[in-house]
Design a protein around this ligand. Structure first.
Ligand code: CA
Length: 226
């Protein structure tokens, strides 16, 4: 999971980066509002931690601009300003949560988990490049063409969509897609991935499901190094 931290106080930014990376998150830092907004627009993050008082452009303006352009990445505002008006203002502009400084790291983690969970539940569409997954109708689309999936293929693809660009091992798929708590030790997973590939990739120039030999698979439009 990728988190963008927009924070100008270096000490706080470093503390957040270190702590969140220790929890397994990928963290990028922007030191002012302008840069934060640019990064938020250009890269895919699962969450943004956004300070309010920032150089160049304040956090409220950043949030407002992102929401105006339908960038719906969940945002937790972090700030020393915790007056009721600030909190209400932030939430009105589309912040998902609000945390006053100083905060406990454990509380922040709990808020992050809760915001991410809520945002995943409310998403009806998952997208990666020209691939879209309708999580209500359980259908996939590439370049707008509908692709019928069996229920297992759907669950498998949904798992890949939630882990874009991450190496997914067979063991992980066995556990999360098939519900096995053991390595099935058969080629059932490879067979399903092959089926899924036929539907998702065979008719398209850019292939999205990649194999990492001996390790597993990952969703990406290019080969990655793990
Ligand atoms: Ca600040």
């Amino acid at each position: 999971m990728r988190i963008l931290v927009v924070e100008d106080e270096q000490k706080v930014a470093r503390f957040l980066k270190k702590g969140l990376e220790a929890e397994g998150f990928e963290v990028e830092i922007a030191e002012d509002g302008e840069k934060g907004e640019q990064l938020a627009r250009s890269a895919q993050y699962d969450l943004i931690l956004l300070d309010v008082l920032l150089p160049v452009k304040d956090g409220f303006s950043v949030l407002q601009n992102l929401r105006k352009d339908s960038i719906k990445t969940p945002v937790i505002m972090l700030t020393a300003r915790t007056s009721t008006e600030d909190i209400v203002g932030g939430l009105d502009q589309g912040a998902d949560d609000y945390l006053g400084k100083p905060f406990s790291f454990d509380v922040l983690l709990a808020r992050i988990r809760s915001v991410v969970r809520r945002s995943k539940q409310s998403q009806t569409k998952l997208t990666y490049k020209d691939l879209t997954l309708d999580t209500v109708a359980h259908k996939a689309y590439r370049e707008g063409t509908m692709i019928e999936l069996t229920s297992r293929e759907y669950t498998l693809l949904e798992y890949f969509m939630h882990h874009q660009g991450e190496l997914v091992t067979r063991k992980e798929l066995a556990r999360n897609v098939w519900g096995y708590n053991f390595d099935p030790g058969t080629n059932v997973i490879d067979v399903y991935v092959t089926h899924l590939r036929k539907k998702i990739d065979a008719d398209f120039k850019v292939k999205l499901i990649q194999t990492e030999r001996g390790k597993g698979y990952y969703l990406s439009d290019k080969k990655l190094k793990f």
